[in-house]
Design a protein around this ligand. Structure first.
Ligand SMILES: C[S@@+](CC[C@H](N)C(=O)[O-])C[C@H]1O[C@@H](n2cnc3c(N)ncnc32)[C@H](O)[C@@H]1O
Length: 277
């Protein structure tokens, strides 16, 4: 879903993590292709029926594969339409997220939106045995499957079934928090659970018709400030699907659509404020 897929660049650790973690291990045997056909339906890629096409799709760098429609109401049995509610994020967008998150060996990391568990596995490979990764997934079936996949590979992250907007206080504070589902408003719990100087990278819904990836540095007392990194597209966290007025969400009344790169963001107990410097 990234509109700006990058290479590994100077993040050599990311290349290592991608080489260590087999992406196909995290992909269900049946997934939907993200682009609809002319009839508006998404075709189903079946590992059993077309193993090569399934594997090829998994390794296309700019392509997310859809693993759930309409919160699981649509069974993966054929061409279908519905709202995307879970996916394995494209390699391109994961590189973008993790490059800016820049987790270090030994860090404590919280991920919101486990999905398949693939990003979780990459994080675990980076932080190593001295670090710790907790990941929160709201959908109990998805959480169970991700937990099984991680365990099969011998990876230790803690997969929590719950509402990621609450973070996961039990293992806090975190050096890094990353969300792989977008929010309209940064949840206060994420900032409360960040170490002083800790980094949060998350997609924030914007008035520009896309999400903006934001990079915030926490003060350890529930506030943070930072900037916008990139235009991205993510599915929304369940509790924030409903549209809200951008005025109420701290956006300036008039925003120049060309100037999204210059935006600054301040978030704290009083809410969030996005401004042009
Ligand atoms: C784009 S998918 C994550 C993909 C994951 N990075 C991967 O590559 O497998 C977003 C996930 O966020 C989950 N989600 C939505 N709202 C949530 C919430 N409030 N708390 C935790 N997870 C949530 C969805 O169920 C979905 O699995």
């Amino acid at each position: 879903m990234s509109q700006n897929p990058r290479g590994f660049g100077d993040s050599g650790w990311l290349r290592e993590a991608f080489l260590q973690v087999p992406r196909e291990h995290f992909v269900p045997d049946r997934v939907w292709w993200p682009e609809p056909g002319e009839d508006g339906l998404h075709s189903l890629l079946s590992r059993e029926e077309r193993p090569r096409a399934w594997l090829k799709a998994i390794y296309m760098p700019g392509v997310p594969l859809i693993t759930q429609l309409d919160d699981g109401a649509v069974p993966p049995e054929g061409r279908a339409k519905g709202a995307f509610t879970s996916s394995i994020s494209s390699a391109g967008v994961i590189i973008e997220l993790l490059h800016h998150l820049a987790p270090q060996p030994g860090d404590r990391v919280l991920e919101i939106g486990t999905g398949t568990g693939y990003t979780t596995a990459l994080l675990a490979s980076r932080v190593g045995a001295e670090g710790a990764v907790a990941t929160v997934e709201i959908d109990a079936d998805l959480a169970t499957r991700a937990r099984e996949r991680l365990t099969t590979l011998g990876l230790p992250p803690l997969v929590v079934t719950g509402d990621g907007e609450d973070g996961y206080a039990a293992d806090s504070p975190y050096d890094r928090i990353v969300a792989t589902a977008s929010v309209r408003r940064i949840p206060p719990a994420w900032l409360e659970q960040l170490c002083p100087g800790g980094v949060l990278v998350a997609p924030l819904d914007s008035p520009f018709g896309c999400d903006l990836l934001v990079h915030l540095e926490g003060d350890g007392r529930g506030a943070a400030r930072g900037r916008v990194l990139e235009r991205v597209e993510f599915m929304q966290v369940r509790g924030q699907r409903e549209k809200r007025s951008y005025d109420d969400l701290g956006w300036p009344v008039e925003v120049d659509p060309e100037s999204w790169r210059d935006l600054h963001i301040v978030v704290g107990p009083e809410g969030q404020r996005i401004s042009q410097p």
